[in-house]
Write a protein that binds this ligand. Structure first.
Ligand SMILES: [Zn+2]
Ligand SMILES: [Zn+2]
Length: 232
């Protein structure tokens, strides 16, 4: 028979001694906080149990997370739609700008100016100013208007425009008197007066008219260059 070990009797003073901190003062024994009353357990949401079955997207047919519930459009298709919308908006804005009167007037001014300067140029591309004896390369001369450019009815009229040097066109404000008398000499008496009267009439070009004129003068410029052998 094994003898039972006698229970260790705690040495007096060891067990009874309260735990002390460094300072030797008795530590307060913290009472355990009472447990908070736990809330009643949530009823589990279905998705936590099994993955949600998304409805099929009305565009791609895939069962993805829906971004627009009313139209059943998935997040991927919706993103695509937004990108496309933005692109279309920018395109429309660009289109609107390109059909604006300002834009088309400017475009026609440019091509009509080249046409007038090339028309009177020699095969080397040189052209004499209509109101003085100066000769310049067609790229270095301007398209002078007998009646001001502000009159739309004569702005693109072939009898109202001639190549003119910068000095005459800008410096001498167009030399209008000489311009008019030279027009009459070239085109017949009364041409200048006809232009004056015509300039007083209201004229509003439609986008289509502008585009047709731009097309016409673009082709004319190409033809003249070909005829005169002017490369640039
Ligand atoms: Zn989709
Ligand atoms: Zn001149």
């Amino acid at each position: 028979m094994m003898q039972r070990k006698p229970k260790k009797t705690p040495i007096k003073g060891e067990a009874e001694a309260k735990p002390t901190n460094i300072k030797g003062t008795p530590e307060k024994i913290k009472e355990p906080k009472p447990l908070r009353q736990s809330r009643p357990a949530k009823t589990p949401i279905k998705s936590e149990d099994k993955p949600v079955e998304h409805p099929a997207c009305s565009i791609c047919g895939k069962k993805r997370l829906i971004a627009i519930k009313s139209k059943k459009i998935c997040a991927v298709c919706n993103k695509k739609r937004l990108v496309e919308k933005g692109r279309a908006r920018r395109e429309a804005k660009k289109q609107k700008k390109q059909e604006s009167t300002g834009f088309l007037t400017n475009k026609l001014d440019k091509i009509f100016s080249i046409y007038v300067r090339l028309k009177y140029a020699d095969d080397n591309g040189n052209v004499q100013c209509f109101t003085c004896t100066n000769t310049h390369h067609y790229k270095a001369i301007q398209n002078g208007h007998f009646q001001s450019r502000r009159y739309m009815s004569t702005r693109f009229h072939v009898n109202n425009c001639r190549p003119q040097c910068y000095a005459c066109n800008v410096g001498l404000h167009g030399q209008q008197y000489i311009f008019g008398s030279n027009l009459d000499k070239e085109m017949g008496s009364g041409t200048a007066e006809t232009m004056v009267l015509l300039s007083k009439q209201q004229k509003k070009f439609s986008a289509q008219e502008f585009q047709e004129l731009i097309k016409y003068y673009t082709e004319e410029v190409a033809n003249i260059k070909l005829q005169k052998g002017i490369v640039d």
